[in-house]
Design a protein around this ligand. Sequence first.
Ligand code: NAP
Length: 259
Amino acid sequence: MFNSIEGRSVVVTGGSKGIGLGMVRVFARAGANVLMTARDALTLERAAEGLNGLPGAVSTLQVDVTNPDSLAGMAEVAAERHGGIDVLCANAGIFPSKRLGEMTSEDMDSVFGVNVKGAIHAVQACMPWLETSGRGRVVVTSSITGPVTGYPGWSHYGASKAAQMGFIRTAAIELAPKRITINAVLPVNVITEGLDGLGQEYLDQMASSVPAGSLGSVEDIANAALFFALDEAAYITGQSLIVDGGQVLPESAMALGEL
Ligand code: NAP
């Protein structure tokens, strides 16, 4: 049986939708008090309405991870509302598709600004409180795209997700004396609101490339993040956990054909 994380203070960036919202739900269900952050106030408000009645408290704050002042405010509000910060889920990310031939410098800046600099600034902003916690945890939402695989249209995105992995390895060394761990979850395609519009045929096709036979849920990713936040994971840092139902494993499509 694992120790409870009840009463811990958790901050989730990009918490209003998709994987981030799954993280808010899973942590609040485990009794942690969660500050759910994103840019759009209405989406935050609607998301929070769906989380009433969970054991942990959930509150919202408008935060833009591309603005270091906004992130500094996020850390202060989390500490004020929940008595400190124990866990940061640096999850906010964007994934616009653009082929290499058409990609502009602005496209690259925008993806790196949110995915790389946004995650690093979020860690910097929360660091003092994570250190005071004595059991600080950072979980970065990276991706298999970049660190492990590639996909046309996502070369800048893949580079940003691989950059996050480079970041956590050195950050882990710097944060270790402060009793802060930093790890990454690497999701593959999961079922989010964003995929709903693509149709059942597309979803079935995607699921057919997963040995487990189905797409993951946001909770599948969030549970991995929760694991890194546990007391029992205190000695794990600078690591990554692929959560993909085995999707990256087949040597070729033929391997799946053998099933
Ligand atoms: P999503 O459903 O599009 O949600 C993204 C969240 O980030 C929203 O809450 C969004 O809210 C917020 N956000 C975007 N830009 C922001 C900014 N500048 N500042 C603050 N918040 C911002 O995305 P998702 O699919 O859950 O993806 C979440 C993370 O998982 C990303 O890092 C992504 O790269 C990674 N990932 C996703 C998948 C997948 O299949 N979905 C697979 C691998 C990795 P606002 O727009 O209101 O700010």
